[in-house]
Design a binder for this molecule. Structure first.
Ligand code: ZN
Length: 249
């Protein structure tokens, strides 16, 4: 099964549209969406619609911003900007999209081929996996041999050797690259963020994973950042949400 993997879209329709157009040049069987469809960006309905209109099988889970934007969580743990953006989103979701958001399941979600997806980590959908120590805890809690996660907006991979050498990590940098899954090793893999990258590379991030041959490919693509920024400012959302898109922060 060849998957297109997208995460942390954050209502950035301009970025998602570009990613989907670029990804279309390669055939894939299904889409894995790792959560945070909305929140921060100014085009929540259009972003949700684009995902709902995909003509392939889509497996989606909810993110922390999704939960607040559809009223599953009150957002009391959010900072003021995130809280404001989530409420702004909630006030604008169409009834159909609100229902769709409320139907998104909590991760982890297991695919029939053993691939696992989650938002934060396999043991807690709201946990941030930022360090090797964080990942070691997540590995010990279960998950699949190959688990994809989001939430941190940083494209990277954590691997846990069977030889008890501990957890190692690699940042996935550059316009594209690939690596091969080793059947003896467990992985936690983050495709990076479509709509709000935070690794100082403002390009939209996505991934392909072929579970038959174990090939993981990461990609970054330019999109019209100024359009997404204009939407944010025009909507009256905090300026910092526009500024950070060009910084990739
Ligand atoms: Zn996010």
């Amino acid at each position: 099964m060849k998957y297109l993997i997208i995460s942390d879209l954050h209502g950035n329709w301009d970025a998602l549209r570009r990613v989907l157009r670029e990804a279309e040049s390669e055939p894939f069987d299904a889409v894995l969406m790792l959560g945070d469809l909305v929140g921060y960006g100014a085009a929540p309905n259009r972003t949700i619609q684009l995902v709902r209109d995909l003509q392939v099988e889509v497996h989606s889970i909810r993110g922390n911003h999704d939960k607040v934007a559809c009223g599953v969580d009150d957002g009391s743990g959010f900072n003021a900007v995130a809280q404001y953006a989530a409420q702004w989103t909630k006030d604008r979701l169409s009834p159909e999209n609100l229902a769709y958001m409320r139907s998104l399941p909590e991760g982890p979600l297991n695919m029939s081929d053993g691939t696992v997806i989650c938002h934060g980590s396999p043991r807690n959908e709201d946990e941030y996996l930022l360090s090797n120590g964080d990942a070691a805890g997540a590995f010990s809690a279960g998950g699949g041999q190959v688990t994809f996660f989001g939430h941190t907006h940083i494209a990277c991979t954590f691997s846990d050797s069977v030889l008890d050498l501990g957890v190692s990590s690699v940042l996935l940098k550059g316009a594209e690259g690939s690596f091969q899954i080793d059947s003896e090793v467990r992985y936690l893999i983050n495709p990076g963020s479509v709509g709000q990258p935070r690794d100082r590379d403002p390009r939209a991030a996505y991934m392909f994973y072929d579970s038959d041959d174990g090939l993981v490919q990461w990609r970054r693509v330019d999109y019209p950042i100024n359009k997404a920024q204009y939407r944010i400012l025009k909507a009256g959302l905090p300026r910092v949400l526009a500024d950070r898109l060009s910084l990739g922060a």
